[in-house]
Design a protein around this ligand. Structure first.
Ligand code: SAM
Length: 279
C-alpha cells in the first residue's frame, strides 16, 4: 500500500482514517464505508462500535488482519468477496470469485416472482450464487423453485448457500434450463456487450462468463427466448434482467416470440432493468 502501515498504538478512529485514505488513493468509490466494513469484520462488531469505541487501541493481531484486508481492497477486490458474503433481500448470500456478486437491481426479478400465483413452478436461469431462487424460496415457500447454471462451480456455491440457509431449492447444471415444465422463467443472464470497459472490481474479479454475451450483449438472452418459445408447455411469464440500453431490443424479442404483454421495470435510479413478457 502507498500509505505507511499502521504501527504502534493505533486507535479504532485512526485505523478507520488510515483505511479511508488508503482506499481513496486506490480509487475506491466508497472508501470510508469500505474501511469501516473491513475493520468491523476483523473486530467482529457492528459499525456503531467504531464510533462508541473510537479511542480503543487495536491489538497487533487485529491491526495485521485489518492491513491484510485493506491490501486486498486496495487491489480493488470487491468488499463482498473479501467478506465472503453479500446481503440480498433478507438473506446473507455466500459469494466468492466463482459467482457474480448479487446486485440491488436484481431484486426487481424477485419482485416479479413474488407476484406469481400460489404454487407456481419457477426456473431461475443463470442462478450464480442462487440469490434470486433462494430469496423466492425464503419469501414465498409455496413456489417450486429450481435454479440452473451452465457453470458447475456456480451451482456448487448455490447449493452451499441453500444448505447453509436451510432453504429448499433444486440447483442443477444446465445450458439455460432443465427439461421440467415451468410457469415462469426468471433470468439474470450475462448481458454486457463484449469489449465494454468495466470497473476494476468487476473486470479483475468477477467471472467473465457471468458478464459478457457477444457484440450487443444479447447472445444468451436471445437463445433463452428461442428455447422457451418452442417449449411445451410454454412458460406463461418470462422476466429478463438487462442493461439499461437494451430494453427496446429485448421487448421486440419477446413480442416476436409471441408474448402478448411486454412491460419494462425500472430500478431505483429510474433505469430500465427488467423486461417482463407474459401470454
Ligand atoms: C449475471 S450472472 C447472474 C447470477 C445471479 N443470477 C445473480 O443475479 O446474481 C449470470 C450467470 O449466468 C450463468 N450463465 C451464463 N451462460 C449461461 C447459460 N447458457 N446457461 C445457464 N447459465 C448461464 C453464468 O455462469 C452466471 O452465473
Amino acid at each position: 500500500m502507498s500509505d505507511a502501515l499502521l504501527v504502534g498504538d493505533t486507535s479504532v478512529a485512526a485505523a478507520v482514517a488510515h483505511g479511508r485514505d488508503a482506499l481513496t488513493a486506490a480509487g475506491c468509490d466508497t472508501p470510508l464505508l469500505d474501511a469501516q466494513l473491513l475493520l468491523c469484520e476483523v473486530l467482529a462488531v457492528g459499525r456503531e462500535r467504531l464510533v462508541l469505541d473510537r479511542e480503543d487501541l487495536l491489538s497487533d493481531c487485529v491491526r495485521e488482519r485489518y492491513e491484510a484486508l485493506l491490501e486486498r481492497r486496495v487491489a480493488r477486490e470487491p468488499v463482498a468477496y473479501i467478506l465472503g458474503r453479500r446481503d440480498f433481500r433478507r438473506l446473507g448470500i455466500g459469494v466468492d470469485r466463482r459467482v457474480l456478486i448479487p446486485r440491488p437491481e436484481t431484486e426487481l426479478l424477485v419482485e416479479v416472482g413474488l407476484e406469481l400465483p400460489w404454487g407456481a413452478r419457477v426456473a431461475d436461469v443463470g442462478t450464480g450464487s442462487g440469490a434470486i431462487a433462494l430469496a423466492l424460496a425464503d419469501e414465498r415457500p409455496d413456489l417450486v423453485v429450481e435454479g440452473f447454471d451452465v457453470d458447475p462451480d456456480a451451482v456448487k456455491v448455490a447449493r452451499d448457500n441453500a444448505a447453509r440457509l436451510g432453504l429448499r431449492v433444486e440447483f442443477a447444471v444446465a445450458d439455460l434450463l432443465g427439461e421440467g415444465g415451468y410457469d415462469a422463467v426468471l433470468a439474470n443472464l450475462p448481458y454486457v456487450p463484449s469489449g465494454v470497459e468495466l470497473a476494476p472490481e468487476i473486470a479483475r474479479y468477477e467471472p467473465a462468463g457471468a458478464l459478457f454475451a457477444g457484440v450487443d450483449g444479447l447472445d444468451v438472452i436471445r437463445r433463452l427466448v428461442a428455447v422457451i418459445t418452442v417449449r411445451t408447455p410454454r412458460p406463461g411469464l418470462v422476466a429478463l434482467e438487462i442493461g439499461p440500453e437494451q430494453a427496446d431490443a429485448v421487448s421486440v424479442l419477446l413480442r416476436d416470440a409471441g408474448f402478448g404483454s411486454v412491460t419494462v421495470r425500472r430500478d431505483l435510479a429510474g433505469r430500465e432493468r427488467v423486461v417482463v413478457g407474459s401470454c
